[in-house]
Design a protein around this ligand. Structure first.
Ligand code: PLP
Length: 370
């Protein structure tokens, strides 16, 4: 007889992980929005130095990283939450905020971890469709807030569609959300956004909206996806205290913390990566335009690519065509994500890689479409 697991396991969606990692060398990894650059030498050295002390548990207050983040963002360290990746903070937020009969509001398609939160808690997920430009429809989201709403997530720039809204629009939306409803602004890609303009630009919102949490990560522009560090910024300690309460004390390892402190200090490196990525994004965009694909306006290190012109609606064989293209790309050594698994049939999500990887992707797609 099989083991009998909790009923919620039948509700929790399985995370649509990228293809298996048993890959030959030289595959263009354009499926997970990671940085194509290895961490700076000084960041690798900081992690290596920390290894000498790993017979001790990490400092459960994570003071060095909290202090570094507090200095950069001019916040009280007590108002900064940390996680084993920002995904862990998202799951902790779900656990701390949701329960049966509570509601969570987010756009769809958005980050594939969000549906997990309601499913795990037995809460109701209200998924609000994006507008025709694949952007958040904040008016429609505001209209979904009820007495049952506990959490609203806005992903800006949005994964998987890469689109961003300006902070004036976000500000106007926040003004409509009651103080007791937590709002997570997931800014995993904010550094790449020309619409937002500056990763410090959203900080002043915190002072005006004490229910707002800016969620950030070291996995994307900072290039530490394999070490798992995320953080939340807020104007009060409410979110940190609650999300710490639902987790084990030692959620962040010592080497990851040391690497994150050093990576944060290397803003020169961040700027270099952003410029390289934005330039490569433009080249990739031009190449896809030549193939007749509509591409959503990108504020991130990835593109949301329609396999054909904008106005063609999905048909019965959209999924087959998409799957064949993803498989064809894979055979040509290029990994991307199929849109269907991310809530957007007929699309591909492709990470901006190195110039060589991007060129290889465009050439392979051209062969497959032609
Ligand atoms: C990649 C990503 C994250 C970051 O996840 P980590 O757990 O920090 O690696 C968070 N939100 C979105 C929208 C993402 O795409």
């Amino acid at each position: 007889m099989p083991i009998e697991f909790a009923e919620k396991l039948r509700r929790i969606p399985v995370y649509p992980a990228a293809a298996a990692y048993d890959l030959p060398d030289g595959v263009a990894m354009l499926a997970s929005n990671e940085a194509p650059f290895a961490p700076a030498e000084s960041v690798q050295a900081a992690a290596a130095r920390a290894l000498a002390g790993v017979h001790r548990y990490p400092d459960p207050a994570y003071q060095s990283l909290r202090a570094a983040l507090a200095a950069r963002y001019e916040l009280d360290p007590a108002h900064i939450s940390l996680g084993n990746g920002s995904c862990e903070l998202l799951l902790a937020a779900g656990e701390a905020l949701l329960e049966p009969d509570a509601e969570i509001v987010y756009a769809w398609p958005a980050f594939s971890v969000y549906p997990h939160l309601a499913a795990a808690a037995g809460a109701r997920a209200i998924e609000v469709p994006l507008d025709r430009d694949c952007r958040h429809d904040l008016d429609a989201m505001a209209a979904e807030i009820t007495v049952a709403t506990r959490l609203v997530i806005v992903c800006n720039p949005n994964n998987p569609t890469s689109t961003a809204l300006g902070l004036e629009e976000i500000d106007a939306f926040l003004a409509k959300v009651p103080r007791h409803v937590a709002v997570i602004l997931d800014e995993a890609y904010v550094e790449f956004s020309l619409t937002v303009g500056d990763p410090l630009a959203s900080l002043p919102l915190l002072a005006r909206y004490p229910n707002l949490i800016l969620l950030r990560t070291f996995s994307k522009v900072y290039g530490l996806a394999g070490l798992r560090v995320g953080y939340g910024l807020a104007a009060t300690d409410e979110f940190r205290v609650a999300t710490d309460q639902v987790r084990q004390p030692f959620f962040l390892n010592t080497a990851a913390q040391a690497a994150a402190v050093e990576a944060l200090a290397r803003q020169d490196e961040v700027e270099r990566r952003v410029s390289a990525t934005v330039a490569a994004r433009e080249t990739l965009l031009a190449g896809l335009g030549d193939l007749g694909c509509w591409v959503a306006s990108s504020d991130a290190n990835f593109l949301w690519v329609k396999l054909g012109p904008r106005e063609v609606a999905p048909t019965a064989d959209t999924a087959t065509v998409e799957a064949e293209i993803v498989a064809g790309l894979r055979r040509r050594g290029v990994l991307v994500r199929a849109g269907a698994a991310l809530g957007g049939p007929g699309f591909l999500r492709v990470t901006v890689g190195t110039a060589a990887e991007n060129a290889r992707f465009v050439a392979a797609l051209s062969e497959l479409l032609g």
